[in-house]
Design a protein around this ligand. Structure first.
Ligand SMILES: [Zn+2]
Length: 409
């Protein structure tokens, strides 16, 4: 494609709102607009990245393992979660919270991470007992009033499933946080239950437990069954029950891991302390998240002059430019070369603008195609062009007759 036929707009100045140097260059190179909208170069880069993956999947089949080798070919070193079949690239600005284990290599998004849970000290189950607990509608207030740690309480969370309005009662230990992602895996989409819905099923907001509720799906975190004698709601305003034990006092419909991992929890596989961090989710199963891939690549592949994307994710293979000459027609020589390289199957961005060499060199570096070819008067007199790799190395002089062989090598 010719530069003048494409809608390319590069910028000299960093955008004011860029979060990272990579993100700034992404805008300056004209891949996305200042407001984050994908532009021609960005669309082409994604298109080519997608094509490269589809070619690989065509040979090896679309799978998690094909996704893995695709990222390896891009020279990325992501984190692989075999469990969730997800692939993550650690990056400070990434929107996914990740937990990892240096002990055994366990990797998971935090929302779905398992951890090694610590049961309470084992003790004999005691008979349930109703106690007065005025003004204790929260776990913190209850634990303070009773003089017990929060891990000795049961937390009640109530939802309504969107698909069939089923009332769902979730019980986790008071010191834990629910993972909505884990709950969603079991029941589908849901919303918080309204006060009217809670009351209609026999529970009392602030003092709720599954004891005595009806028409309810009861989901219980696995740790609850290993936590004897908890304090739970009595479904009566101002009262709780001491020594509640599941399944003695209520019957769960499902027992599962429902809690959100803390980043300092022990690894579920080896018990080593987990590490937390941010990441970009590159793929799920065989699906590559191409919209997330390009911004992730840009963070890794740039220098102070511009982008240095791998060939399969750059918008073009070659940046071809001419430097307007005094005696020789460098433009038509470049034009011929453009035809020749394009016909060989490579994609060329031909900078045919009547601009100073410096302006074009800057844009070539900024946009970052893997190879830059310059048709200038001095070399052209000897039938040569200048070839420069974006990723480094010196300018080489290559005979025009040899250029295709050179590019293939
Ligand atoms: Zn581990």
């Amino acid at each position: 494609m010719k530069y003048t036929e494409l809608n390319i707009q590069t910028h000299r100045e960093n955008p004011a709102n860029a979060r990272t140097p990579g993100a700034a260059l992404f805008v300056r190179a004209g891949y996305i607009s200042h407001s984050g909208e994908l532009l021609e170069l960005g669309r082409r880069a994604i298109q080519r990245a997608r094509r490269a993956y589809e070619a690989l999947a065509g040979t090896h089949g679309a799978s998690y393992d094909t996704a893995r080798s695709y990222f390896t070919r891009l020279d990325l070193e992501p984190f692989y979660s075999r469990e969730s079949q997800e692939i993550f690239l650690p990056q400070e600005t990434g929107e996914t919270e990740l937990v990892t284990c240096v002990g055994c290599g366990y990797v998971s998004s935090r929302e779905l991470a398992r951890t090694r849970k610590t049961p309470c000290s084992s003790e004999a189950t005691l008979p349930a007992e109703k106690v007065v607990t005025p003004e204790c509608p929260t776990i913190a207030a209850l634990a303070a009033f009773m003089g017990i740690p929060q891990e000795k309480t049961a937390k009640a969370l109530m939802f309504t499933r969107l698909s069939d309005s089923q009332f769902v009662f979730v019980v986790i230990r008071g010191d834990m946080t629910l993972s909505e992602a884990k709950l969603k895996k079991h029941i589908g989409d849901f919303r918080l239950a309204s006060e009217a819905e809670i009351i209609a099923h026999g529970a009392v907001p602030g003092y709720a437990s599954p004891i005595g509720v009806h028409d309810t799906l009861v989901l219980v975190d696995d740790l609850i069954l290993q936590s004897p004698n908890l304090v739970a709601g009595a479904n009566e305003h101002g009262f709780h029950l001491k020594n509640v034990n599941a399944p003695r006092d209520f019957t769960p419909d499902l027992v599962a891991d429902l809690t959100l991992a803390a980043v300092t929890d022990p690894c579920p596989e080896c018990g080593y302390k987990l590490d937390g961090g941010n990441a970009i989710r590159l793929s799920t199963g065989s699906q590559i998240h191409f919209d997330a891939l390009l911004p992730a690549l840009v963070e890794q592949f740039h220098d102070d002059k511009g982008l240095t994307l791998p060939a399969s994710a750059a918008p073009f293979d070659v940046y071809l430019m001419h430097v307007p000459g005094k005696t020789l027609d460098t433009l038509s020589a470049a034009e011929k070369l453009y035809q020749q390289i394009t016909e060989s199957g490579l994609e060329v961005l031909f900078d045919n603008r009547d601009e100073r060499a410096g302006v074009k060199f800057n844009d070539a570096d900024l946009i970052g195609c893997p190879v830059r070819i310059t048709v200038g008067e001095r070399a052209l007199q000897n039938g040569m062009v200048e070839v420069k790799r974006r990723s480094g190395g010196d300018v080489e002089l290559v005979a025009i007759s040899e250029i295709l062989n050179h590019l293939k090598a």
